[in-house]
Write a new protein. Structure first.
Length: 347
């Protein structure tokens, strides 16, 4: 064999080795980058979301015998959207614009989300009389809101998440908008309270954060029940978009948006326990409900009068989902005959 032949063979071997190294190193590089990004997100989430934690002074709900462990137990989470903004400077006495109670069943990997109309006439233990449920936060913050919801639904509220409008807008923008069905032409104010700043035409379309907020808030041409349903659909759209592969690189912005505009009594460790529900996305059962009733206007004020018989059915459904049986009961002094509701089922 000539020297030239030997050199040719050596060059071919080197090229083969370089190709092999290339195909080996690229996946390793991708894995390394992925792990680095995951580590970065974990550290950032720990820092940002931990700052959102607020000790509410409750070791457990008064309707629980023992403190829950979300890694093992079925739990409930009260999700509130507070009608507060920098323009109004009213974060301490704002009313809740959105109230949703989610129950999570660990074994079934199922979630039931109940929308509570903001104008519902209910008994507010904090003030000892009936009033619109969205006023509870203005009277006594999250403690009063939690107490009111527990009294209404007769189940424990284990955790709460309180978000303001900025969080909603920034999260929708962080996932590059969502698709939603606008039921009718509407004009709404924006997050800075500028009247008729948002104009949407009917039909399915992509919405940015301000537009999605306008759709979630509007009720001028229907009612609070329909608005609650829209809010549930918007939340599901945001969650699905956030869990999609296309949004992985957006998680940094999502964490920042949520963390800087949220308060919760969940520690970061407790938040991590809910990852299992996200992993079971294909098998996750997610059902939405609302409390229906009738219009009630005894004077100048408008209320949503909840049906009492149907409320009992809703209470029983939520207790069964939490596997409480009849162990959770409201205290007699907090009970009110006017606190009532109706289950509309999933859709």
């Amino acid at each position: 064999m000539t020297d030239e032949s030997r050199r040719t063979i050596r060059r071919k071997k080197k090229r083969k080795l370089r190709k092999r190294a290339f195909f080996i190193l690229i996946p390793l590089f991708v894995i390394f980058v992925g792990l680095s990004y995951a580590t970065y997100l974990y550290v950032k989430a720990d820092s940002v979301l931990s700052d959102s934690y607020q000790d509410d002074g409750r070791e457990k709900s008064e309707l629980r015998d023992t403190k829950v462990d979300p890694t093992e137990d079925n739990v409930s989470i009260l999700i509130t959207g507070v009608d507060a903004s920098d323009v109004r400077n009213n974060s301490d006495n704002a009313r809740t614009d959105t109230l949703m109670l989610a129950t999570l069943n660990k074994e079934d990997k199922s979630v039931k989300m109940l929308s509570i109309p903001r104008d519902s006439l209910v008994y507010i233990p904090e003030i000892g009389r009936e009033e619109k449920i969205n006023h509870a936060h203005a009277y006594g913050g999250m403690d009063a809101t939690i107490g009111t919801v527990e009294n209404l639904l007769d189940i424990p509220v284990d955790y709460y998440v309180k978000l303001n409008f900025e969080a909603f807008i920034e999260v929708v923008d962080a996932v590059n908008g969502i698709k939603a069905d606008v039921p009718y032409e509407l004009y709404e104010q924006n997050s800075k309270d500028k009247e008729r700043a948002i104009h949407l035409m009917p039909g399915e379309q992509k919405l940015n954060g301000e537009e999605a907020l306008a759709l979630a808030r509007t009720r001028k041409l229907d009612n609070d029940i329909e608005r609650g349903k829209r809010q549930q659909e918007i939340i599901k759209a945001v969650a699905n978009k956030a869990m999609s592969l296309n949004s992985i690189l957006k998680y940094d912005d999502i964490i920042e948006a949520v963390g800087s505009n949220m308060t919760t009594n969940m520690t970061f460790g407790e938040m991590k326990s809910f990852i299992s529900y996200g992993r079971a996305r294909d098998k996750l059962s997610f059902e939405t409900y609302t409390l229906e009733g009738t219009d009630y206007q005894p004077g100048n004020a408008y209320y949503w009068q909840i049906d009492q018989t149907a409320l009992a059915e809703t209470q029983q459904m939520l207790k069964e989902h939490l596997e409480l049986g009849n162990t959770a009961t409201a205290t007699e002094e907090d009970e009110s005959p006017a606190a009532a509701g109706e289950n509309t089922g999933s859709y």
